[in-house]
Design a protein. Structure first.
Lengths: 155, 183
């Protein structure tokens, strides 16, 4: 029993070690990188670009993957070579952070505006409601004529 | 007061958005200022004289200012550009002529993988120097966003002729002759 348990532990360790190793050093995937890099002469993401320069950039990325660089290292290398415009997604630090923060601020501003204006719209509608009800009130003569019309068409 | 304020704010935001769009379109448009001047017979000063770029082969950096007093045929190229291959022999022929008179062809690679650029130089046996403009520090100053493009500069650092597209031997010999006449 103890021996079987020891064998099981050894087997689990043997199976587990490679997965830990790969988890610590994830191998970059070409498809994962391709859509985060721009074709820098055609101004579209590399995964939909069709041009000689796009083909060259793909070869360049594959060469960097073959050298064992991680995804972040490859993106950093491309940025160092060709400037920040080569990345489809800007950095999330410094001035580039504005790209992420501005849309959030705009949406938050719109929500805040709606929240501020909604009570005012509601109260305006409430104020307007009695006037509508008043307008619907009929005179005695009109009411009588309406009753007669309804009776005439009553089946 | 508050009711009147909302349309004003919306109007300002809409105007800002339209302004931003116009700015974006203008920025992406081709810069033809140099072409206009050259076509009118002027010789505008070559922009970016002090922009230093790394040499494609060997160590160090060079700028156009390093070639003051010489006729320079400034050629933007890339290894992935087919017309650049077609014009390479004509540029090498001009380099052989300029070498005798003290001038040079100066290649500038545009968004090109350096190893591929060096392969291009070997393939066509180019003897003139090339600089790397991978981050586009120089090309936009010449309105260059398509390849190849060639600018012939006289000894005073002024642009004599511009060729946007594959350069011809006729254009090169005529432009270099005019540049040498004032050098």
């Amino acid at each position: 029993m103890r021996r079987a348990l020891a064998l099981l532990v050894v087997a689990l360790v043997a199976l587990g070690v490679p997965s830990w190793a790969t988890a610590a050093q994830p191998r970059a995937s070409f498809n994962d990188i391709e859509d985060e890099v721009m074709c820098d002469t055609c101004n579209v993401p590399l995964n939909i670009a069709e041009s000689p320069r796009a083909d060259q950039q793909r070869r360049e990325i594959r060469a960097l993957i073959a050298r064992g660089l991680t995804k972040d290292e490859i993106k950093a290398e491309l940025k160092a070579r060709y400037g920040p415009a080569v990345l489809a997604l800007p950095d999330d630090k410094g001035f580039s952070l504005a790209v992420y923060l501005v849309p959030i601020a705009v949406v938050a501003g719109l929500l805040l505006t709606v929240l501020l204006l909604l009570p005012r719209w509601r109260s305006r509608r409430r104020d307007a409601a009695p006037a509508v009800a008043g307008a619907a009130q009929l005179s005695a003569a009109d009411s009588r004529r309406l009753e007669e019309d309804i009776a005439r068409y009553d089946l | 007061m508050q009711r009147a304020g909302i349309p004003v704010v919306v109007g300002v935001l809409a105007a800002a958005l339209v302004g931003l769009l116009i700015y974006g379109v203008v920025q992406r448009g081709d810069d033809t200022g140099l072409d206009t001047k050259v076509n009118q017979g002027e010789r505008p000063a070559a922009p970016g004289r002090d922009v230093e770029l790394p040499l494609l082969r060997g160590q160090g950096r060079r700028s156009l200012a390093d070639f003051d007093g010489k006729v320079v045929v400034l050629n933007f190229w890339a290894s992935w550009c087919a017309p650049c291959e077609a014009e390479a022999p004509a540029l090498e022929a001009v380099q052989r002529h300029l070498r005798r008179s003290g001038g040079t062809v100066l290649g500038v690679t545009y968004k090109d993988f350096a190893a591929d650029s060096r392969g291009f130089v070997r393939k066509f046996g180019l003897s003139y120097p090339s600089l790397r403009d991978d981050r586009l520090d120089l090309a936009p100053k010449y309105g260059t966003n398509k390849l190849p493009e060639t600018f012939v500069l006289d000894g005073r650092g002024r642009i004599v002729a511009i060729s946007r597209g594959q350069v011809s031997e006729g254009f090169l010999s005529d432009a270099v002759r005019r540049a040498e006449a004032t050098a």
